[in-house]
Design a protein around this ligand. Structure first.
Ligand code: E8X
Length: 600
């Protein structure tokens, strides 16, 4: 899906700003009740999660539907245009109504969707947009919620009759099977996009490098009658190559390749014209491949220095904030990092565009976090999740396929691979094939495996890159780094035999900024540094460990519970992006490790 672009033939009107908003009281179930909305509506900011904008626990604890509304005034001068209403992300499920009529239902809170307004709303008219948003998570949503089980990191696990009775008695709530706050609402921008009625629907670009020469294969899908022209524009704005026709392959003379920062992340623009429409798609010429123990970018062995991140900040919740996106890129450079994983859901499109420009490498993750339901229920055979999972993979690849920054797809995070190993292998193995078949650039595909009995796990070893989250020294062998390193090495011996490259996609220790000790114990800044230093020294002995992604870039908000004091505190940075000691530690370490050829 093309990103909304303003150019000579397209315009975009932002519908961000103040919307009227109210929480459902359980009586309207996602239907529009104008009297109810009128009686309860307050103003709220879009884009942003609704949860932290008001000082009322109801917004934090809300379970179920909420309503947004605003007027849509369409300028009369757009009368010749195709008009599209675009929602960048509505979390998690929604129904969109225009003048009371249902025009769209969408499931999944982290990917964009569009509504063609033809026959619904036209230029010069005034309409009412209403969006009913559902924040419920279950075993058939992504991310996953427990319907009747226990909450992840919750505090209601006791086998006590009175507690069990109270659990049945209390009002329905979300029990996320994931460790980040279940922020909801219009988390990203809403826009009215105008384009010619005969228009460019999609552009697919596949770069390649052969004998040192750069090429881009392209295909353009269009609606209407007309001829397609593609001009390749270099950074100086000069056209360096061109082609006619809806698909083809273009040689780019004197091609500059896209390389991760601090090398040059050179971008070209594919200027596509069709009938009276045009579109500028930025792209980079780079290749990605896995060979033996190597992850190759442009044929050179790349080492992943970075982290799992979150879209998370005070007040906005998971709402998109461009200044945070820019600041985070700056901090990534400051830290000497070169990559991050979009744990645990696709991020806002602007972040990928920034990463393309700034040369930051992305492992692009779906919202499939937490598939599993303990050792008695096979989640793969029990729950209705497969089709939705395929839909989000399809939409994710369609949205992000052209970004040079995206080098690998992560189909999900920490599913059950231990209790039902055959089912897990079948599920993830077939989705692996599915993802490969969808990606025009055929990037490596993986999923991220939770700390568990790796000997039983049959799925992780089938992926292109083994990605593991491990907490030796934190959740187990807590505080004992000698034993932690011993255990880690036993596991690394196992993975080494598998013969694939391995990225440690998570490892970390909760750390309270300002808590200092001379003797490094858990939660102190000194412990966090010691923890990473000890583990990194083990990684340094292993050639097949091709990446280290500490968990997490910054502290982040999550469900309340006995494990969490003011959120998950494993950040190298605080939630407001101030460095802990470990940030300085990694900065020093990573600035000495080159992007390419480390340990080779
Ligand atoms: C944690 C992380 C969590 O925040 C992340 O979303 C997924 C978790 C650890 C799994 N991985 O808790 O900080 C714990 C496994 C325990 C052995």
């Amino acid at each position: 899906m093309l990103y909304p672009e303003v150019n000579a033939s397209r315009s975009v009107i932002s519908l961000d700003g103040l919307w009227r908003f109210c929480l459902d009281d359980g009586s309207n179930e996602g239907t529009i009740n104008n009297d109810f909305i009128k009686a309860n509506a307050e103003l709220i900011a879009v884009p942003a999660s609704y949860n932290d904008q008001k000082d009322d626990l109801r917004y934090r604890e809300h379970y179920g539907w909420a309503y947004y509304e605003r007027e849509l005034m369409i300028p009369a001068n757009l009368s010749d245009c195709r008009l599209v209403l675009r929602f960048d992300a509505v979390t998690h499920a929604c129904k969109v109504f225009i003048d009371g009529a249902l025009v769209k239902e969408h499931k999944g809170g982290f990917l964009p969707f569009e509504i063609d307004l033809d026959g619904i709303a036209g230029a010069g008219e005034r309409h009412l947009i209403q969006v009913a948003v559902d924040n419920r998570v279950s075993h058939s949503t992504l991310p996953v919620g427990n319907e009747e089980g226990t909450a992840f990191f919750g505090s209601d696990n006791a086998d006590v009759p009175s507690v069990e009775a109270a659990k049945v008695w209390r009002k329905k709530r979300n029990l996320p099977n994931f460790d980040f706050f279940n922020y909801a609402g219009l988390n990203r921008s809403v826009r009215l996009c105008a384009m010619p009625r005969e228009y460019i629907e999609d552009i697919t670009l596949v770069p390649s490098i052969e004998d040192g020469e750069g090429y881009v294969s392209y295909s353009v899908s269009t609606v209407g009658e007309g001829a397609v022209t593609v001009d390749i524009i270099d950074r100086e704005g000069c056209a360096v190559a061109s082609a006619q026709g809806a698909s083809g392959r273009i040689r780019i003379p004197g091609c500059h390749f896209w390389n991760p920062w601090p090398d040059d992340p050179y971008l070209y623009t594919a200027h596509v014209s069709f009938a009276s429409d045009c579109y500028d798609e930025r792209f980079g010429v780079r290749t990605v491949a896995v060979k033996g123990h190597d992850f190759l970018i442009n044929g050179k062995p790349f080492f992943f220095k970075g982290f799992g991140k979150h879209e998370d900040s005070a007040i906005h919740g998971r709402g998109f904030d461009l200044a945070y996106a820019v600041k985070d890129m700056s901090l990534i450079h400051w830290l000497g990092a070169n990559s991050f994983r979009t744990s645990h859901y696709p991020y806002a499109e602007e972040i990928y565009r920034l990463a393309d420009e700034e040369g930051v490498v992305i492992i692009d993750e779906t919202p499939a976090v937490g598939i599993g339901a303990g050792d008695k229920v096979d989640p793969y055979k029990t729950f209705d999740i497969r089709e939705h999972h395929e839909d989000v993979i399809r939409d994710l690849v369609a949205r992000d396929k052209n970004h040079p920054s995206v080098v690998m797809w992560s189909m999900g995070n920490e599913p059950d691979t231990e209790h039902f190993p055959e089912s897990a292998r079948d599920y993830w193995g077939s989705l692996y094939e599915f993802t490969h078949s969808l990606d025009p650039q055929d990037r490596p595909v993986t999923f991220v495996c939770c700390q568990n009995n790796y000997e039983k796990d049959l799925a992780t070893r089938e992926m292109d890159v083994v990605c593991i989250n491990r907490y030796y020294g934190w959740y187990n062998l807590s505080g004992d780094m000698d034993a932690a390193c011993h255990a880690l090495n036993i596991e690394l011996d196992f993975w080494q035999e598998v013969g694939k490259p391995l990225i440690m996609t998570e490892y970390g220790a909760d750390t309270l900024p300002g808590f200092h000790l001379t003797t490094p114990e858990m939660f102190s800044e000194e412990f966090q540094v010691m923890y990473y230093d000890r583990i990194n020294k083990e990684f340094d002995k292993r050639d097949f460990v091709i990446g280290e992604h500490p968990w997490n870039f910054a502290d982040f908000n999550t469900i309340q519970g006995v494990y969490r004091a003011d959120g998950n505190r494993k950040g190298l940075l605080t939630r407001d992006r101030r460095p802990k000691l470990a940030a300085h530690y990694f900065r020093e370490r990573w600035n000495k490790i080159a992007n390419f050829g480390y340990k080779r």
